[in-house]
Ligand binder design. Structure first.
Ligand SMILES: Cc1cc2nc3c(=O)[nH]c(=O)nc-3n(C[C@H](O)[C@H](O)[C@H](O)COP(=O)(O)OP(=O)(O)OC[C@H]3O[C@@H](n4cnc5c(N)ncnc54)[C@H](O)[C@@H]3O)c2cc1C
Length: 411
């Protein structure tokens, strides 16, 4: 079976690797001219580590990653608001959590694709998909090429997915009322450190948030957020100065991290997600990753879920006795409910974290302070591990949601 994959991001490359393990020969088509170099970092939680291990990537990811053992929450004045015991989460779920720069993770995926003999065709921007007279999808590229594989996988991301447009007739993401500045800070003169330990630090203000994620004490990626109407979500003249001004009075290491970030290592994102879809396939086209189910960054799970897609799709293909329809239905049945819950949870978290009303934020902070760290871990483990053969991962999710909903649900 010929398999074409549109998009060489985390979803496209991990799906390619999972299918290669099953003996298929997928080919990846990526719009960029070469590997991505920007995009700060991602935290890979234990459910992602399970998939990385299955794909044979865990050791190489570990070599480039940090291993955080806790998350510390503080308000914008530096008062402690509790946190997450990541070491306990890891032991509950049976796998570690990692923090990685996106470009490094991408490189590990590309290296493994190369070793597995998976062709990655850069400079191939898909511009449209149509059905031929036999009802088979044909993908057309901007460079004039076109492909007609037996299975076409749409892994072309959240913002303008050609595959989602073909499957759902609509690919418009939804702006969720806040912007993210993201960046990578590095101290070049050793042995100076930006942070004192390997904790993820999460600072909550009113309509603003700053998260610092160490890979090493001298290498930290960060994401700052501010609630803004869409009309004001565009780039302003001096991004670095703007971020410095917004967070000038926040506790260290915030200012130190911003100062240690070169302007060309910062980016502004108007944050969008996607409404859950009823169906992820049409004809021989299947959506995966953000193209199917992009949650907000506040869910912390977009890349983890892209990796889970890879593992589940390979299992669905392996177990199928019928045609692609059966595979697509099984895949969507397994993946739809979990990813929809995580998307909803990302919105719930975002509404609480980026609330602009001081009283709402005060209540949120009080709740965070008094939350029970053990039950928070149990709820997250149950929600994130759901559907995977990991410890503490039931087939069904508890009625209260995918974990910690009660902490953040403000309405
Ligand atoms: C600020 C921020 C922080 C985040 N933090 C985390 C985190 O800590 N943990 C986590 O799990 N997730 C996190 N995420 C989410 C995560 O980054 C995404 O869910 C993940 O990258 C999805 O992978 P993907 O391959 O589906 O999409 P993408 O990574 O967007 O990749 C899509 C690929 O398709 C290519 N492409 C697009 N259009 C076309 C086309 N027409 N033709 C060919 N190629 C195309 C793109 O160039 C790209 O390479 C974060 C997201 C943001 C914005």
């Amino acid at each position: 079976m010929e398999i074409g994959i549109l998009g060489g991001g985390i979803a496209g490359l991990s799906v390619a690797l999972a299918l290669r393990q099953q003996g298929y020969n997928p080919r990846v088509y990526e719009r960029r001219a070469g590997p991505a170099t920007m995009g700060a970092g991602v935290t890979l939680w234990p459910n992602a580590s399970f998939v990385l291990k299955e794909l044979g990537l865990l050791q190489d990811v570990e070599a480039i990653a940090g291993q955080p053992l806790s998350t510390r929450r503080q308000d914008a004045a530096g008062n402690a608001l509790g946190g997450l015991d990541i070491a306990l989460l890891n032991s509950t779920m049976g796998y570690p959590s990692y923090t990685v720069l996106r470009r490094d993770l991408q490189q590990v995926l590309l290296d493994h694709a190369d070793r597995a003999g998976i062709p990655v065709e850069f400079g191939h921007r898909a511009v449209g998909i149509e059905l031929d007279v036999h009802g088979k999808a044909v993908a057309h590229f901007e460079n004039g090429a076109s492909i007609r594989p037996d299975l076409l996988i749409g892994a072309d991301g959240r913002m303008d997915s050609v595959a989602r447009q073909f499957v759902a007739g609509d690919n418009r993401p939804v702006y969720q009322g806040f912007v993210n500045w993201i960046g990578v800070a590095q101290m070049t003169q050793a042995p100076q450190a930006l942070v004192g330990d390997m904790a993820i630090q999460d600072f909550w203000g009113v309509g603003e948030r700053f998260g610092c994620v160490p890979i090493r004490p001298d290498l930290v990626y960060w994401a700052a957020a501010q609630a803004r109407p869409l009309a004001e979500a565009g780039l302003r003249p001096d991004m670095r100065q703007e971020v410095e001004d917004v967070f000038a009075r926040w506790p260290e290491p915030v200012a130190r991290i911003i100062r240690a970030t070169p302007a060309n290592a910062m980016r502004l994102i108007a944050v969008h997600d996607l409404e859950p879809l009823q169906t992820w396939s049409r004809a021989n086209v299947l959506l995966v990753g953000d193209a199917a189910h992009a949650p907000l960054p506040t869910s912390g799970q977009g890349a983890c879920q892209a990796l889970e897609d890879a593992w589940h799709l390979a299992r669905c293909l392996e177990g199928a006795s019928g045609g692609l329809d059966e595979v697509f239905q099984a895949f969507t049945r397994i993946r739809g409910p979990k990813t929809a819950r995580l998307s909803e949870q990302g919105r719930v978290f975002a509404r609480a974290l980026l609330a602009t009303d001081a009283e709402t934020c005060r209540i949120r902070n009080e709740r965070a302070k008094s939350s029970d760290p053990v039950s928070d871990v149990q709820a997250l483990a149950a929600g994130w591990g759901q559907g995977l053969p990991m410890p503490a991962c039931p087939d069904s999710v508890p009625a209260q949601g995918v974990g910690m909903d009660s902490l953040y649900r403000m309405e």
